[in-house]
Design a protein. Structure first.
Length: 590
């Protein structure tokens, strides 16, 4: 037989009936069981009103869900079939029929339904139950409960209005929400999956809560609108750990995705982030307006706004997954406000503005405090404006401009009265012991670029001045003082406490021929090069003895052999540097 186009075979019916002789319009079914298709069945008790051509009563049974496919029109089936895959296990139900008529539009019924399993795109669901009501061509499901093989618990509601080609789903879940992106396709799935894969999700299901509401419109060009929020604890994003996070989101089939409120917390620090991803193509909402330029292809832009007290590294790596802090390490709290746009179609349009106040971090391992600056990027030019910071109780002023297109830039650095002794220790010479702190002042101005190996090149000049320091106690000079002999550097000869240096930057190296220290009886001078890309050092250091005791310059010809006897070479790579006496003459003083 065929009922509402649903084919039935192997039909068996047992029933007990009664008739009302007075009305002669109804048949009362006390108990009826209809079995078909080898195992499926329907139990019914109620009334058949043959005059009004309707059935009312209570109905329960087990039936394979795909039997209901013929109830849907061809257009609806064409939309649902690629999305929803019903299993071969039968669903069970129990409910009440208010009215069944020959025309499906007149059906009114409700039932409690249980599904063993269903698959929507690539997302699997099991142990599904709901209270379903049918009112003509409107189907509603309330009190939906479901689970996933991964351990999610899901509850919600659904409504399908066939005449309007509209479906509405509202869900709440706990646990890893992978099923969300798996329940989608196309560019929406690619976008949601890219967000999902950047997160290391909590191991405990109760640490993730999510709400989602979606409207599907089954038009010739199907469209959807999805809104929701998610809250999670003890997770990481782009490798950055967070204690707490929450996110409200909106996505639609026209490739407009909004995250108007992303909250992140890391200890006592937090960030508020707003994101908007615009990849719309058909902007036909105002087809006759001159205000809108309809793009020929996806706009592919990400707008962002950030207000954060998180460590700078965390927020930079959150926004830029490949961010590396080998040089600039913003490990401390960095109050910052950033707004801008990333254009994935034309990178030249990418722009942002940032304001940092009272930041903390390290530049090439050197700690800085109270960092304040404004950073901008426009037309592929990055500019760090008026950066000021505290550097070893001294003042640092920094400016930087870099043109991404030309791979060139400018850098300016000024240091005023930074403490020298802690700087030396910070550079790795932890055994440096001194009674004098010393102060370092200097400035540098240079053009910079990068070669094909991505190595830094600079051309510029600068100067440095060191005051009130125990220069001969600097660990790197230890080898030279041993060459000089202790008697030469004894306090009786006077101290060396200041030094001055003018230098140039040439391509890949630092060069100076004017390193000069003070000293009444003995002074040091040096010249040489330092290659920053390879950390190679090569300097010649000379000691001028009896500098002010004798008219040194007048008797230079007589003293020249003695000066050469006190000359040595400092060379090596990284911290593996050593001294070599340049002359064959041994120590003149013991």
């Amino acid at each position: 037989a065929e009922v509402y186009k649903i084919p039935l075979t192997d039909i068996k019916l047992s029933t007990m009936l009664s008739f009302d002789e007075k009305q002669k319009t109804g048949i009362y079914i006390d108990r009826a069981r209809l079995t078909f298709n080898k195992g499926e069945y329907l139990d019914f008790s109620g009334e058949v009103d043959h005059k009004a051509k309707k059935i009312t009563g209570d109905l329960s049974g087990r039936i394979i869900a795909t039997r209901f496919h013929p109830l849907l029109d061809e257009k609806t089936r064409a939309f649902i079939d690629p999305i929803v895959k019903l299993g071969d296990e039968p669903l069970s139900f129990s409910g009440h029929i208010e009215k069944i008529t020959p025309d499906i539009k007149g059906i009114q019924a409700s039932a409690s339904v249980k599904f063993p399993s269903v698959r929507i795109y690539d997302a699997a669901y099991k142990d599904i139950s709901a209270t379903v009501s049918v009112d003509g061509l409107t189907i509603k499901a309330k009190d939906i409960l479901a689970a996933t093989p991964e351990g999610n618990r899901i509850d919600g509601e659904l409504e399908l209005n066939i005449p309007d080609d509209h479906a509405y789903i509202s869900l709440h879940s706990s646990g890893n929400p992978a099923f969300v992106y798996k329940t989608s396709e196309g560019k929406a799935r690619v976008f949601m999956e890219s967000l999902y894969n950047k997160i290391k999700w909590p191991e405990k299901n109760e640490s993730v809560e999510m709400n989602a509401r979606v409207n599907f419109f089954m038009k010739p060009k199907p469209c959807f609108y999805l809104v929701g929020d998610i809250v999670l604890c003890n997770f990481s994003y782009n490798g950055v750990p967070f204690d707490y996070g929450s996110c409200a989101y909106t996505l639609d089939s026209n490739q407009m995705s909004l995250l108007p409120r992303v909250v992140l917390q890391q200890g006592k620090n937090s960030a508020l982030i707003s994101l908007a991803y615009d990849n719309r193509v058909d902007l036909d909402i105002f087809p006759h307006s001159d205000m809108f330029n309809i793009p020929s292809k996806g706009t592919d832009k990400l707008y962002f706004d950030v207000d954060s007290t998180l460590p700078g590294n965390s927020i930079l790596k959150f926004l830029v997954p490949d961010w590396k802090h080998d040089r600039l390490d913003m490990s401390g709290s960095s109050p910052v406000k950033v707004s801008g746009m990333i254009d994935f179609v034309n990178s030249a349009n990418t722009c942002f503005e940032a304001k940092l106040t009272d930041g903390q971090g390290e530049w090439s391992g050197i700690p800085m405090k109270k960092i304040t600056t404004a950073i901008t990027m426009k037309n592929r030019v990055v500019e760090v404006k008026d950066l000021t910071a505290e550097l070893f109780n001294g003042d640092l002023a920094f400016a930087y401009t870099y043109n991404i297109a030309d791979n060139k830039g400018k850098i300016s650095i000024n240091v005023d009265k930074a403490e020298f002794a802690p700087l030396v220790k910070n550079l790795g010479f932890t055994d440096f012991a001194t009674k004098k702190i010393g102060s370092l002042t200097g400035d540098m101005l240079a053009d910079l670029s990068y070669n094909e190996k991505d190595e830094l090149l600079m051309d510029g000049k600068g100067k440095m001045s060191l005051k009130d320091a125990d220069i001969l106690d600097i660990p790197v000079l230890k080898g030279f003082t041993e060459i000089l002999g202790k008697s030469v550097i004894s306090s009786e000869w006077g101290e060396i406490s200041s030094a001055d240096c003018n230098f140039t930057l040439e391509k890949d190296h630092f060069k100076s021929d004017s390193v000069q220290t003070n000293g009444n009886a003995i002074a040091l001078s040096a010249e040489g090069k330092y290659y920053w890309n390879t950390s190679e050092t090569d300097f010649k250091v000379r000691a001028k003895i009896l500098k002010n005791i004798l008219p040194f310059e007048l008797v230079s010809k007589f003293m020249d052999p003695l000066s050469w006897a006190l000359e040595a070479r400092l060379y090596g790579k990284g911290k593996d540097i050593k001294w070599e006496q340049s002359s064959s003459i041994k120590r003149l003083f013991k």
